[in-house]
Design a protein around this ligand. Structure first.
Ligand SMILES: NC(=O)c1ccc[n+]([C@@H]2O[C@H](COP(=O)([O-])OP(=O)(O)OC[C@H]3O[C@@H](n4cnc5c(N)ncnc54)[C@H](O)[C@@H]3O)[C@@H](O)[C@H]2O)c1
Length: 331
């Protein structure tokens, strides 16, 4: 049984803890939050010791096989670096939350530290951990789409937080860009237009053009003003278009459609793998992380690794730079 620590016990840290509890191979062995009431409450629920700092937790000498870091901070990523580095320095593998960081220098430091110590370091890029994405990836690898020409993505939710000009781009789009990279590989060039929604002081709507390294064209439409109640709006939609066929994933896991270019017969799957909705992606992502730990997957082959999250963050920073300068940015 792997012994897991959870650092940061807001809604998401508690969500991670429940996922580890649901997995037969892991046990929540420690919880840690700077806010004592949050740590104590989680300790009571998960029947483990509470700590109020990572240093205190490490000093207690518990056997810890891995940790989830579910802190937040500025642009939802400002607090991740310190606890992540403390854990990695203590040779504990880390699953962090997205964004890996809102600062590229910190993201690089975490990725480099894990690499130097040869430790698994991954991020909860949960939108790619769905049966729909796995099947779509298989179709792509089998050549059913032919060479890919376009990858189009939209992702939007209602989020009225006005905390910083680029909060929307940095906090939401690690997800969308990771899914695009999952199917398209490395991004080479970026160009973006941003718009402030009605009554907003932040850049809450974006259009981002991408040129992938293999020449595929990518487009992301993102918004914190776009989501509405229920299915008419949805959360996200991915379209991968090849010369022989296209495929669409709706709402991360809810519908997968394969459309041959010269045949009217489509293949459509509702809730592939019986995954009900986006909320289920936390369990599937954490189960995959636990499998990687148990199988001893080499750190550079861990699915959704820190380096993937860093690559997505570089695209985000390039989009911001493009909007601010009016230029196409090379990565
Ligand atoms: N993957 C997803 O789909 C998804 C969805 C929503 C949020 N998130 C991410 O989850 C993260 C957490 O979100 P939340 O809403 O639970 O945040 P939150 O602010 O409610 O909770 C974060 C907690 O971390 C604690 N903390 C901060 N620094 C700490 C440290 N050094 N040591 C110990 N505790 C520390 C804070 O006291 C706080 O209780 C964010 O990064 C957010 O972007 C991911």
């Amino acid at each position: 049984m792997l012994q897991i620590a959870i650092v940061g016990l807001g809604g998401i840290g508690n969500n991670h803890a429940r996922c580890y509890r649901n997995n037969p191979h892991t046990k929540v062995a420690a919880v840690c939050d700077l806010i004592p009431e949050r740590a104590d409450k989680a300790a009571a629920e998960f029947e483990c010791p509470a700590f109020y700092s990572v240093a205190e937790m490490l000093a207690a000498g518990l056997k810890l096989d891995a940790a989830s870091v579910c802190t937040a901070g500025e642009e939802n990523g400002g607090d991740h670096c310190k606890p992540t580095l403390e854990l990695l320095e203590a040779a504990i593998p880390v699953l962090g939350e997205k964004p890996i960081s809102n600062r590229i220098d910190e993201a690089r430091r975490m990725v480099q530290t894990a690499r130097q110590k040869n430790l698994p370091y991954a991020i909860n890029l949960n939108h790619r951990f769905t049966p729909a994405a796995a099947r779509a990836r298989q179709w792509l690898d089998e050549g059913r789409l032919g060479p890919v020409n376009f990858i189009n993505m939209f992702m939007w939710i209602t989020n009225r937080n006005e905390s910083s000009p680029h909060f929307h781009m940095r906090a939401l789009h690690p997800h969308s860009i990771d899914v695009m990279r999952y199917f398209g590989g490395e991004v080479a060039r970026v160009h973006a237009f941003f718009k402030k929604g009605e009554g907003r002081s932040i850049w809450s709507n974006v259009h981002v053009n991408m040129l992938f390294a293999d020449g595929t064209l990518g487009h992301l439409m993102g918004s914190y003003d776009g989501g509405g109640p229920g299915s008419p709006w949805g959360l996200e939609r991915l379209e991968v278009v090849g010369s022989k066929a296209k495929m669409v994933i709706e709402d991360a896991c809810e519908r997968l459609i394969f459309s041959p270019r010269f045949d009217l017969q489509q293949e459509a799957y509702d809730h592939p793998g019986n995954m009900k909705s986006f909320g289920d992606t936390f369990q599937s992502r954490i189960d995959a992380w636990i499998d990687d730990l148990r199988n001893g997957t080499p750190p550079d082959r861990v699915e959704g690794k820190g380096a993937d999250a860093l690559a997505a963050q570089l695209v985000i920073e390039a989009a911001i730079e493009s909007w601010e300068t009016g230029k196409v940015i090379d990565l």
